[in-house]
Design a protein around this ligand. Structure first.
Ligand SMILES: [Zn+2]
Length: 114
């Protein structure tokens, strides 16, 4: 099991395995977060936090909840909302030990217009 957590440790994320790549996007929100997204299916990830710790932010078409730790501010992941017909979860690779991501391919997504 692969484990990552926010800076203070209040939000923990467990993955069975890492995807083969991560994605950097230049859209208005991803560039502010400087996120490196690891895309996984919801069934492949477990996210644990005490109630009320995960703060959510919706933007644009409201199909995604961007989630950060309300204690330390780390952007940990985003979830697709039921309206979106997607079960994709994106974990922010920045919360992993950098050594764990060295073998992954970097994808760049041009989301600037979004
Ligand atoms: Zn935290």
């Amino acid at each position: 099991m692969i484990e990552a957590n926010c800076h203070c440790g209040a939000v923990k994320i467990f993955l069975k395995q890492l995807p083969v790549s991560y994605t950097e996007c230049n859209c208005s929100i991803c560039r502010r977060y400087a996120a490196q997204w690891l895309y996984v299916e919801a069934s492949e990830v477990e996210i644990t936090a005490a109630e009320g710790v995960i703060a959510r932010y919706q933007w644009g078409d409201h199909e995604i909840d961007f989630c950060h730790c309300s204690e330390c501010g780390s952007v940990t992941h985003y979830c697709s909302l039921p309206e979106s017909d997607s079960s994709r979860v994106a974990i922010n690779g920045r919360i992993f030990d950098p050594v764990m991501l060295t073998g992954l391919n970097k994808r760049e997504f041009d989301g600037e217009a979004m």
